[in-house]
Design a protein around this ligand. Structure first.
Ligand code: GLU
Length: 465
């Protein structure tokens, strides 16, 4: 039988890291089984669901190459299916109408709680054979004793006591279907075979299996994924991390890096750290997903992105960098040696936006110096700057090798430790102490520009004393 998985987001917010990880695992599991991956928009909560969120979710997934094998469906457009299923349950006596008032239910719950019992519906209307009216909800006749056991691909055998599960509501008093009913009916209607979702849905599963069984639907495979946690070991949220996928793209994390990082949230393969989508399709094993929460580590994402950026050909890297250069106001046509500059700087930061920012001093004047760096290395460096400037101006050839040579000679003559010689010049050239080797950095500028920048640093020092 063709394995069919689905990602079933509720469009009540932008696509977040935990959701993308669920979608990815569903996608990979389907693809490695030569099956189908579907998307279902669970938008029955009309107040909180928006088309904007839906579009954000679908675009985010498509940006990282996760596209469904059939057009996505929306629950809000399928209410006939749910009503029909509810009718089947009524006709077969597996569901009943209940007219218990809110006051009665509240009182019942507080009585149960005061006796230390789990609050749950007591089944008062179960055998009353009530008819539907505007005050009634439809409830499932859940088995009252025995166990519900299912096998979870991640967690093994999972057992729930039926006595812990009350008669859940299938239709609200206005006739609208609830989440559980829609979810079960759609999995059946879409021929889903495998439900891969967050562990937060684990307690929903026995309830949904009861609905499935009452409707004589075939049973499904389940895999409940560990929660994604922030560095503080709390559930990943806007409070402890950047959770929106788009925000990562906006920083210049590659799509492939996001996939790589997401795959490692709860799954690993020995020491291997770098995975592309195709590797996952061959290597991923859902049974190897861990049960413990998976911590999202931004430093690890940086490390992964570094690798993915380094693996790009130069042309590909440049093409991806250009939008970020635009963002920071860099126009490549202004510099003939722009490729040389980019090649020298391409690993300066783990993100494309970081690299673009680091490129600014190579394309425009330095308008300020990093304060800490200036205090530490620039103050008192007048004679070093002047000496090196003279030395550079006496060079016959202007290239990395000859500049390195001149710098070494200067260091010997002045008998200074490397930072004392290099950092003042580096700060003069780029505004900070971060740049590639100094010879390479200087060679990226014309000598006239080196003079301008050293003069500007000397002037800054003259004015600041
Ligand atoms: N709509 C549910 C959610 O966004 C997912 C339900 C499921 O995957 O079964 O959490």
């Amino acid at each position: 039988m063709t394995k069919t998985t689905r990602f079933a987001p509720s469009p009540t917010g932008a696509l977040h890291i935990g959701g993308v990880r669920t979608a990815l695992f569903n996608y990979v599991y389907a693809k490695q089984n030569k099956g189908m991956f579907l998307i279902r928009i669970e938008d029955t909560d009309a107040e909180r669901s928006t088309r904007e969120h839906e579009e954000n979710i679908l675009k985010g997934l498509s940006d990282i190459g996760i596209n469904p094998d059939k057009p996505p469906v929306r629950q809000s457009e399928r209410s006939e299916l749910y009503k029909h299923a509810a009718q089947t349950l009524i006709d077969s006596g597996k569901a009943y109408y209940c007219n218990c008032s809110k006051e009665r239910l509240d009182e019942m719950r507080s009585n149960q709680q005061s006796k230390g019992l789990k609050p749950q519906y007591d089944g008062k209307c179960r055998d009353l054979n009530l008819k539907a009216d505007p005050t009634t909800v439809l409830r499932l006749k859940t088995p009252q004793d025995g166990e519900l056991i299912f096998h979870d691909l991640v967690r093994g055998e999972v057992v729930f006591q039926n006595s812990e599960l009350d008669d859940l509501i299938l239709l609200r008093s206005d006739g609208s279907p609830t989440y559980h009913l829609c979810n079960v009916v759609d999995d059946f209607e879409q021929n889903v075979t495998t439900v891969v979702r967050g562990e937060d849905h684990l307690s929903n599963t026995p309830r949904q299996i009861h609905i499935q069984q009452a409707l004589s639907y075939p049973s499904l495979e389940y895999a409940h994924l560990p929660m994604v946690l922030g560095q503080d070991k709390k559930r990943l949220s806007k409070r402890n991390a950047v959770t929106s996928l788009q925000d990562y793209f906006d920083q210049g994390y590659l799509q492939s890096s996001m996939i790589n990082m997401l795959a490692r949230l709860g799954w690993s393969k020995g020491d291997k750290e770098i995975f592309y989508l195709d590797d996952l399709i061959s290597d991923f094993r859902i049974q190897e997903v861990q049960k413990a929460g998976a911590i999202f580590d931004p430093a690890k994402l940086d490390w992964i992105n570094n690798h993915h950026l380094a693996a790009l050909s130069y042309d590909n890297f440049k093409e991806r960098l250009v939008p970020f250069l635009d963002k920071v106001g860099i126009n490549l046509t202004e510099k003939q040696n722009c490729d040389e500059i980019i090649k020298a700087m391409r690993s300066s930061k783990p993100t494309l936006l970081g690299v673009a920012n680091d490129l600014i001093p190579y394309f425009s004047e330095v308008d300020s110096y990093d304060e800490k760096a200036a205090n530490k290395f620039l103050s008192g460096s007048e004679s070093v700057l002047q000496f090196v400037q003279r030395k550079l101006n006496s060079l016959e050839a202007w290239n990395e090798e000859s500049i390195d040579h001149a710098l070494q000679e200067a260091q010997t003559v002045l008998s200074l430790p490397t930072p004392k010689l290099n950092q003042p010049i580096r700060i003069a050239m780029t505004g900070s102490t971060q740049s590639p080797s100094l010879g390479l950095t200087l060679s990226l500028f014309e000598l006239a520009e080196v003079n301008n920048r050293i003069d500007a640093a000397l002037e800054y020092l003259a004015n600041s004393t």
